[in-house]
Design a protein around this ligand. Structure first.
Ligand SMILES: [Cu+2]
Length: 490
């Protein structure tokens, strides 16, 4: 209860005098206008009325990307003809004018941001698609600090170059590091071995050859590379390349700093079908945030990050040149970069080191920092979420309470989702417009949760943001094959 006080003080002001116990009690009354939940919910995100504090024009268009001596013809984002990273501060009102210069419809989803429903960027649910040649304006406030990213919510477009970091600075977040790097992990095939759509047709068995046969039909090839901690099948697609900040290992990025510098690294897994296991040679990392929210600082040699997850770590850097490796779990390949604080030869891309082979941390096992605890109370409603499917035929499903209709919730309620992975594959589940609190992980706040084969995860949320919200697996191919539903306010 005391943990919730600062938030309630902010939301309720003088009402706090009525006593937190009494407030919590009347919060159980559905429709009670004086309940803290209802009061809190009255401040739910809505379309901002004031002038934007940060305005950008974002163009989505066909581009040629040099991923390290390899030109990939793909689609990408540009702001003012260059870097599409967006940086803002908590409380900013963003106005992003999206210019669609692609040959097909698109949309932009602001992944992890608790924004108002109309700006969430899901065609057919929160908006009409943005047609080629059209400009569409998103206006929304950013309520929480952290590491986020944005990408289309249209078909397999995320599998092209259409994604970029969205960094929200929080004045209350201690920024006592010397250097800060955003590290985007990606799996890449577009414009190199075809297109994501072609890959999907192969998986679905309508394109003939390749794909599934290459990966799952050729005996023990993939089985030998299975990651023991993830079990079963970790991915469906063998990509020709894995990238850190758009570069293959042979043309790796170098991050430069001074010996003894404290570095903050913001990792984003923008991949379509790859869980990465990340480690830095000769260093332990201290995890400070995941999916934007602070956690109890946790030291580790390596961690797993699944598609759609983000994690911030702090590292005190040694003297020399060190490998930063993101193993493509279960795929016997990797992304690679170099951290350099001194002289000496750069490590080889295929270097091995103890941190990489040690036990990897799962982000869902972290504990929320005191200031990030979401006071969900006891759940008012429970929904079962069953994840199923298989490679043959290529189908992936989500059932809520045994059916295919959206999960429902009433404004002000705490909804408990009991998610059961009944398949042999891993699934990073993502909810829009909300963060879950994981009661079995000390209230950890997350918007994307990796479910291992046959794992069950209990996740609570406070229904304080009305609308219909997409809820899906962040494996691009699973989503395309049907692993998407929604949560709808009654
Ligand atoms: Cu999935």
């Amino acid at each position: 209860m005391t943990r919730g006080l600062p938030r309630r003080q902010f939301l309720l002001g003088g009402l706090l005098l009525a006593g937190a116990g009494a407030l919590a009690a009347c919060g159980r009354e559905p429709g009670a206008t004086s309940s803290p939940r209802a009061t809190g919910a009255s401040s739910f995100p809505s379309a901002p009325r004031g002038a934007p504090t940060l305005r950008r024009t974002l163009t989505a268009k066909p581009v040629s990307m040099d991923i390290g001596g390899i030109e990939a013809k793909t689609w990408g984002y540009l702001i003012d003809g260059g870097d599409p990273t967006i940086e803002a501060t908590v409380g900013d009102v963003l106005q992003i004018d999206v210019v669609n210069e692609l040959p097909e419809d698109t949309s932009v989803h602001w992944h992890g941001i608790a924004l108002h429903n109309e700006a969430d960027g899901v065609p057919g649910m929160t908006q009409d698609p943005i047609a080629p040649g059209e400009t569409y304006t998103y206006t929304f406030e950013v309520p929480h600090g952290g590491t986020y990213f944005y990408h289309p919510h249209t078909g397999l477009q995320l599998e092209r170059g259409l994604h970029a970091p969205l960094i929200i600075r929080d004045p209350e977040d201690p920024e006592n590091h010397d250097v800060e790097w955003t590290v985007v992990l990606d799996d890449w095939l577009d414009g190199v071995t075809g297109t994501p759509e072609n890959e999907f047709r192969k998986l679905a068995g309508t394109g003939g050859g390749g794909g599934m046969m290459g990966m799952h039909g050729s005996g023990g090839m993939m089985r030998g590379a299975t990651d023991p901690a993830l079990g079963g099948d970790v991915g469906d697609v063998l990509y020709p390349h894995y990238l850190i900040n758009g570069r293959i290992p042979g043309a790796a990025r170098t991050f430069e700093a001074k010996p003894g510098d404290k570095a903050r690294l913001r990792f984003i897994n923008a991949g379509g079908d790859t869980v990465f296991k990340v480690a830095m040679g000769g260093h332990r990392m201290t995890v400070t945030h995941t999916d934007g929210f602070p956690v109890e600082p946790t030291a580790t040699g390596s961690f797993y990050i699944s598609m759609g997850e983000r994690v911030d770590v702090e590292v005190t850097l040694g003297n020399g040149a060190f490998p930063l490796v993101a193993l493509a779990a279960g795929k016997d390949d990797r992304a690679f970069a170099v951290i350099r604080t001194g002289g000496g030869e750069a490590p080889a891309p295929d270097v091995s080191f103890p941190e990489l082979s040690g036990t990897g941390l799962f982000l869902s096992s972290l504990t929320a920092a005191e200031r990030a605890i979401l006071d969900t109370g006891e759940p008012d409603r429970q929904t079962s979420v069953d994840l199923g499917g298989q490679m043959m035929p290529y189908q992936w499903t989500i059932l809520t309470d045994g059916g295919s209709s959206p999960a429902t919730v009433e404004q002000g309620e705490t909804l408990r989702m009991v998610m059961r992975n009944r398949s042999m594959m891993v699934h990073p589940m993502h909810i829009h417009g909300h963060t879950w609190a994981l009661p079995r992980s000390g209230g950890l706040r997350k918007d994307t949760i990796l479910l291992r084969p046959h794992e069950t995860v209990v996740a609570d949320l406070i229904a304080n943001n009305p609308g219909e919200w997409a809820f899906h697996c962040h494996n691009a191919y699973h989503m395309e094959a049907g692993m998407m539903t929604s949560m709808k306010y009654l």
